[in-house]
Design a protein around this ligand. Structure first.
Ligand code: HEM
Length: 509
């Protein structure tokens, strides 16, 4: 018996040693950048944390001091880069720092099954093929702003109803409402489908929430190799993501069938939905390629704007003086809020509106950390001092780089829209310059920069115009001011108090 126990103990020691050696021991190279201890990535498992605190406590200083660190994430060691000039170098050399998404990094995972090989994660000829279909659909100049404005109207009604139900001064949870709104805009304006996402209990919202619950389970996000085992919860996750993809495709086909009652005709010339279907029908894309790209366009097209809306409303609620100035800017156009929300020319020439949105994207980039490139051969990064072996995963912490004090000065952590400039010409110039120097990387950069930037900014302008034009927005005093514990970094379960401006002015009048 004693012998058996001793053998078991020995086995356990060997397993622990192997796990440590294979997964947890940092690689030798690069030698001259610090290592963030592996257990930092595991803190959210054991403690209910605010990830911005974890960042400041364990990562910020070494990352900024050395420009890059060795960082344990998704059960492997990576290089996490902070220094803008290093990141600009990575963006420039697509073939050396190859995109290598989940389908290559963790091919057996539920996440890889969900998004497959798509425009964001692919490389080389495959990416060029995807891009030839998707780029014109996302960079058209005629997005239907009236649809976005009409959805923004519905959002205001939902907010008003929620505030009435909760009672004056009570906090309204905004995340689900903004998710519904963002899904409506993405499906109707980007993809020309309709899920009726702004109606209560629309099936797409339930399915979307179910997918997010499965995908963002911390244990599987951190240890995706566990997805190889047939745990019942992971089998369920696979069914859910499969269903989600099928629902998306079904809706796309139906809305592009002129004889269907759910047809979204007339379709815009160059609409992304039509272009994707044509690519499939012409044989340029097979079934999987259609599903992978449709799913990623849907996810990127509504998730990122949604997070940007949450963070922008949080910042405006926290900085009421800025909100008042912004409202003044909207009023000074002489247009009603409804007319203004549909007038893209006037909207895009409002300096404070533009700089508030950019400043929110700088402080709270929806994709705060991204590690999806892999070196195709040995290289030297930066001034040549960082030796990066072939096959190393490398990425950046956008939250950190966008707040770099060398680039943005001592107030880098503060919400200060004026740093972008006083008029739209200088703001746009600053925006282009900061992107080219990789000092503002919320939309990534180089040839792989976000293709949805134009639509995202248009939508943000309309949304902020409508919400700030209709309500004063404040933080619920009982809401605990904390950021999410892991994954995308944004105010957790944000609750806001909305006061109808019209009612307020009637009362005062
Ligand atoms: C505030 C909103 C948005 C932000 C902050 C954002 C950010 C980003 C980032 C960081 C990337 C690089 C991703 C990676 O390498 O893994 C990216 C790529 C991309 N985004 Fe966005 N995005 C936003 C909105 C959108 C929208 C509305 C769409 C529309 C479908 C979209 C479509 C894309 C596409 C197609 C790419 C791939 C570009 C390529 O590799 O060629 N994005 N975006």
């Amino acid at each position: 018996m004693l012998g058996f126990i001793a053998e078991l103990l020995l086995l356990a020691v060997i397993v622990v040693f192997l796990v440590y050696y294979i997964f947890l021991l940092p690689p030798k190279y690069p030698e001259n950048i610090p290592t963030i201890p592996f257990w930092v990535a595991l803190i959210p498992f054991f403690k209910d944390v605010d990830q911005s605190d974890i960042f400041r406590q364990y990562i910020d200083k070494p990352l900024r001091t050395h420009g890059a660190v060795k960082f344990f994430f998704a059960a492997q060691w990576n290089i996490l880069v902070h220094k803008p000039s290093y990141i600009a170098e990575i963006f420039k050399d697509e073939d050396l720092y190859e995109k290598s998404g989940n389908q290559k990094k963790i091919p057996h995972s539920v996440l890889a099954q969900f998004l497959g090989d798509n425009i964001i994660s692919s490389h080389g000829q495959v990416w060029k093929n995807y891009q030839s279909v998707i780029r014109p659909g996302l960079q058209r100049n005629n997005f239907e702003v009236d649809k976005v404005a009409s959805n923004a109207d519905k959002l205001c009604t939902l907010v008003r109803d929620a505030q009435l139900r909760g009672g004056r001064g009570c906090g309204v949870p905004v995340q689900d409402l903004l998710q519904q709104y963002s899904v409506a805009n993405c499906s109707e304006v980007v993809l020309q489908t309709n899920f009726d996402a702004l109606s209560n209990n629309a099936p797409i919202n339930l399915l979307q929430s179910a997918v997010k619950r499965e995908i963002f389970k911390p244990v599987f996000m951190n240890f995706p190799f566990l997805d190889q085992f047939p745990f019942p919860s992971r089998m369920r996750a696979r069914t859910t993501v499969g269903k989600f993809r099928a629902v998306l495709k079904g809706a796309l086909i139906e809305s592009h069938d002129a004889s269907s009652p759910k047809s979204s005709a007339p379709w815009p010339k160059d609409g992304l939905g039509r272009r994707m279907l044509d690519a499939h029908q012409s044989g340029l894309w097979d079934e999987e390629q259609l599903l992978d790209n449709l799913t990623v366009a849907f996810v990127a097209g509504q998730e990122n704007p949604q997070l940007c809306m949450i963070s922008t409303l949080y910042l405006l609620a926290k900085h009421s003086e800025m909100q008042a100035r912004l409202h003044q800017e909207l009023v000074s156009t002489g247009l009603s809020i409804s007319a203004l929300a549909q007038n893209t020319e006037v909207l895009s020439n409002l300096p404070l509106l533009t700089s508030v949105i950019l400043e929110s994207l700088r402080l709270f980039p929806p994709i705060n950390q991204l590690i999806n490139r892999r070196t195709s051969h040995d290289t030297l990064l930066g001034d040549g001092s960082i030796v990066v072996p072939s096959g190393t995963y490398i990425g950046y912490n956008c939250y950190s780089t966008n707040r770099d004090p060398v680039a943005w000065g001592p107030t880098a952590d503060e919400f200060d829209p004026s740093r972008w400039g006083a008029d739209v010409t200088s703001i746009q110039k600053q925006f282009r310059l900061r992107k080219s120097k990789a000092e503002f990387i919320s939309f990534h950069g180089g040839r792989r920069a976000c293709l949805g930037e134009k639509f995202a900014l248009l939508q943000m302008r309309v949304t902020v115009c409508k919400l700030v034009g209709s309500f004063t927005v404040g933080l619920d005093p009982e809401w605990e001011e904390r950021m999410t514990p892991a994954g995308p970094l944004y105010p957790r379960a944000l609750r806001l108090v909305f006061e109808d401006r019209e009612l307020e002015s009637e009362k005062q009048g």
